[in-house]
Design a protein around this ligand. Structure first.
Ligand code: ADP
Length: 276
């Protein structure tokens, strides 16, 4: 009977403990959400006056300044823009964390969209004598419904990183393809491969942590906030896909991601009928 009693007590203790744990987790969740909300509000409040400042700087830039004044203004302008982009990143990240990032699907052609986006980088690639190539599968040229702005945001981050962490005369290749899962449902698969500095294996799992950078801030030779990949991972997951990273130090890195999208079969048919 004693054993029964102690067993019953154990079970009760277990229940009490479990209840406590669940409550603690709920409280932690709530605290984390409150923190994300605070960050989102704060970033939003900073962004508005910051845009105002940048607007005035732009106006000043069009007045008659002497060379010294122009140089100072250029510094203010650059600092302002990089501050604004940090704030945008924090806003994006905290919005996702607070569950407040909405997707805005539109109808478009992923392959053509990618070709447009890549144009932005040809100048930068040329400056570093990096060969920037695309390799796009036929299936990616259809009409699909998805949030193209968010996909572009991830692509811009990955290609920007690839160019940043690849030395002179290297190569960066962006591949894209679509794979049908069932009916109109497809996976869009995108890979950004570079011949850059690579990433030590032990750091790979931390790359998508917010603010993580391989180089410590004191010895840093590359600019950035360490938020890009954290945001990219969240966006990709929000869109039903995943982000994978493979890398070898001294050889290069491969960042690939997938997102779920819907093929617009009706619009596709109409387009074919019109053109025939
Ligand atoms: P940021 O580029 O602003 O530092 P990210 O989150 O985009 O932030 O990247 C985090 C870190 O991951 C970078 O600081 C860098 O150390 C590493 N990294 C990302 N992409 C690459 C790449 N293509 N090659 C080598 N290292 C990379």
């Amino acid at each position: 009977e004693n054993r029964m009693m102690s067993l019953a007590k154990d079970v009760t203790n277990q229940k009490v403990w479990e209840k406590g744990l669940i409550e603690a987790m709920k409280a932690a969740d709530e605290a984390s959400r409150a923190k994300s909300e605070f960050l989102a509000n704060m970033s939003h409040e900073i962004r508005t006056p910051m845009n105002g400042l940048l607007g005035i700087i732009d106006l000043l830039d069009h007045t008659n300044l002497d060379e010294e004044q122009s140089q100072y203004l250029e510094i203010i302008k650059n600092s302002g823009s990089s501050l604004l982009s940090i704030i945008k990143d924090i806003l994006d990240y905290s919005k996702i964390e607070a569950g407040k990032m909405d997707l805005n699907p539109t109808l478009g052609n992923p392959a053509e969209e990618l070709e447009k986006q890549i144009q932005i980088f040809y100048g930068l690639a040329q400056e570093k004598s990096i060969t920037l190539k695309t390799d796009i599968g036929k299936a990616a040229y259809g009409l699909f419904e998805t949030d193209f702005d968010r996909i572009n945001q991830v692509i811009l981050n990955l290609v920007g990183n690839a160019l940043k962490f690849t030395p002179q005369n290297g190569q960066v290749t962006v591949s894209m393809d679509a794979e049908q899962i069932e009916n109109e449902l497809h996976y869009l698969k995108i890979q950004v491969k570079d011949s850059g500095i690579g990433i030590p294996e032990k750091h790979i799992p931390s790359l998508t942590d917010p603010f993580f950078q391989v180089e410590s801030s004191s010895t840093r030779s590359y600019q950035g906030t360490g938020l890009g990949l954290a945001i990219a991972k969240k966006i990709v997951e929000l869109m039903g896909g995943e982000l994978n990273i493979n890398s070898t130090v001294g050889e290069g890195s491969e960042f690939s991601f997938s997102v779920l999208l819907k093929k617009d079969l009706k619009a596709q048919e109409e387009k074919v009928q019109k053109s025939s």
